[in-house]
Every structure is written in C-alpha cells, then in structure tokens.
Design a protein around this ligand. Structure first.
Ligand code: HEC
Ligand code: HEC
Length: 248
C-alpha cells in the first residue's frame, strides 16, 4: 500500500472553510442522544471532552512581498545539502525544486509544517520555517533554472510520451500535457505543478500517492491529479514516470 499524498482527505473541507470553530463543531455537535424508554433511571454521563481547536487555519499564510535574497540564503543553508544547489536535485529520492511554481512549493511547505503531508524529513525541516521564510524560499526556487533530466528506460519512455502528450481517449486517459503543458513546466495561476527533475522511481511513487488515495476532501489541485490518474494501470504509471523524468 502506498501512503496518500496528504493525510487530510477526510477533514479538508473543514480546514478549507477556514475557522477553528468550524473544525471543533464536527466533534462538539454530535447529535444529542435521544433518551430511550428504560426501566431504571440512568445516571447522567459526563459530556465527552471537547477536542482541542487548532490555532487558526493551518493552510493560511501571512507574509509581505517575498525576498529572493533571503530565500537564497535560507536555501543555501538548509536545503541545498539534499535538494542540490539552487534546488536542482541529483539525488534519486529527492525532488527538484528549481523552476517550481511558487504556489505549489508554498503549499507543500505549509502542509509539511502542519504535518498534513507525511515525510519525517520534511516535517522537521518545515517546522523551523516562518510564513515569510516559506514565501521567500518558494519565490527563490521558482526563479531558478530547472534541474537536470534523469536517464530512463527508452521503451517505457516512448510509451509514456504517447500517454503524456496524447492521452488515450478509448480508456478516458486525459493527456497530462493538457494541464502540465507539453514541456511539463506547470501553470502558476492554476496551481498545476512543474514536474521536471524527478527521478523515475520518485515520480512513480508520487503518482501512486495521488492515484491510490481515497480522495482529497474536494481540494481542487490534488483531486485533479487523482481523477486524471484513475484510469491508468501500474504499467502506465511506470511509463509516464520514465517520460517525465527525462524532461528538463
Ligand atoms: C535531509 C534532506 C532534506 C532537507 C535538508 C530538505 N529536504 Fe525537502 N525534501 C526531502 C525529501 C526526501 C523530499 C521528498 C518527500 C519525502 O519523501 O520525504 C522532500 C520534499 C520537499 C518538497 C516537496 C516537493 C514536491 O515536489 O512535492 C519541498 C517543497 C521541499 N522538500 C522543500 C525543502 C526546502 C525549502 C528545504 C530547506 C528549507 C528542504 N526541503 C530541505 C529532503 C530534504
Ligand atoms: C486536470 C489537470 C491535470 C492532469 C490531466 C494531470 N495533472 Fe498532474 N497535477 C495537476 C495538479 C493541479 C497538480 C498539483 C497537485 C497538488 O497541488 O497536490 C499535479 C501534480 C502532479 C505531480 C506532482 C509533482 C511533484 O513535484 O510531486 C506529478 C508528478 C504529476 N502531476 C504528473 C502528472 C502526469 C504524469 C499526468 C498524466 C498521466 C498528469 N499529472 C495529469 C494537474 C493535472
């Protein structure tokens, strides 16, 4: 079984609705039990303790105009060791960040910090970042040249290219290029991620995280991916992974 990309598929609508109050209500407003006609009088039961309300909406950031310079400093100090200089990754298990749309990087750092995307490594890293740090890092990485392509199996790659660029109408497969663009660079205004500089192995595990999730609570960006991948087989995922890992 693969882990789901985000763990908040079940309560995402509440988080998106935005108030701590709306989150507590789910627990506090359980329907009052209707008294049953019992022979003996029953002792009143103490009400269940209220769940602690999270402080505000963990997905909402407050920041001033992002500073690329501060983003660069932070990236060199705290990220380059794993993600590579300028976010151009050369490690199989670490995604590239260079050229990523800023909204996607922001969202990922926010959900790692809120422990809503599983990753022992990144949850620790993100715990130390302020809202402003997240905005500065995201703006900095967005402005860096995309990292190198990976070597991928040629046969898988060419099957993957067909699916990516053309889809498969007979099986309801939407061409990935419709959303990600023919070059895989994503679309900032639509929250569509850039998918360059991901190794075949990492890309394949990411596609499973999206396809195999029970749902993302109606959050538009991950739901778009989950639904797009629904008709794809495991072999299709390997094929498109081979193709996208060769993009730059
Ligand atoms: C110790 C290694 C390590 C360090 C340091 C690190 N990362 Fe990561 N990062 C990872 C790994 C590994 C992943 C992939 C998720 C996973 O498997 O845990 C990741 C994932 C990410 C993602 C998600 C990318 C995507 O395509 O979904 C972002 C964004 C990110 N890191 C940003 C940062 C930033 C910004 C810093 C510095 C402040 C940083 N990382 C420091 C290892 C690291
Ligand atoms: C309907 C639009 C749409 C289609 C079609 C689509 N995607 Fe996506 N994709 C998205 C969006 C939006 C995101 C960002 C998801 C998020 O924010 O969690 C994304 C994210 C991704 C990621 C994660 C990037 C990362 O750094 O982890 C990968 C990989 C990916 N898509 C590959 C594909 C492939 C391969 C296909 C075709 C089989 C495809 N997508 C089809 C919209 C789409």
């Amino acid at each position: 079984m693969t882990t789901s990309r985000y763990t908040f598929w079940c309560f995402a609508p509440l988080v998106v609705a935005g108030t701590a109050a709306s989150i507590t209500l789910a627990g506090a407003q359980a329907p009052a039990a209707t008294p049953l006609p019992l022979a003996a009088p029953v002792k009143p039961v103490a009400p269940a303790p209220k769940p602690a309300a999270p402080a505000g909406n963990p997905l909402q950031l407050k920041f001033a105009t992002p500073s690329l310079q501060h983003g660069q400093q932070l990236a060199a100090q705290s990220c380059a060791g794993c993600h590579g200089a300028g976010g151009a990754s050369t490690k199989e298990g670490v995604p590239g960040l260079a050229g990523q749309i800023p909204g996607y990087t922001q969202f990922q750092l926010t959900v790692f910090r809120a422990k809503l995307r599983p990753s022992p490594v990144m949850q620790k890293v993100a715990a130390k970042l302020s809202d402003q740090d997240i905005a500065d890092l995201s703006a900095y990485f967005a402005a860096q040249p995309v990292g190198p392509a990976w070597k991928a199996d040629a046969t898988a790659r060419s099957r993957g290219e067909k699916l990516f660029q053309g889809g498969d109408a007979a099986r309801n497969v939407i061409a990935c290029a419709v959303c990600h663009g023919a070059g895989g660079r994503g679309v900032a205004g639509n929250d569509v991620a850039s998918i360059t500089n991901l190794s075949p192995k990492y890309a394949n595990s990411v596609l499973h995280e999206f396809r195999d999730s029970p749902g993302f609570g109606g959050l538009i960006a991950p739901e778009a991916m989950r639904i797009a991948l629904h008709p794809l087989t495991d072999q299709d995922l390997l094929d498109v992974s081979a193709y996208i890992s060769s993009m730059k």
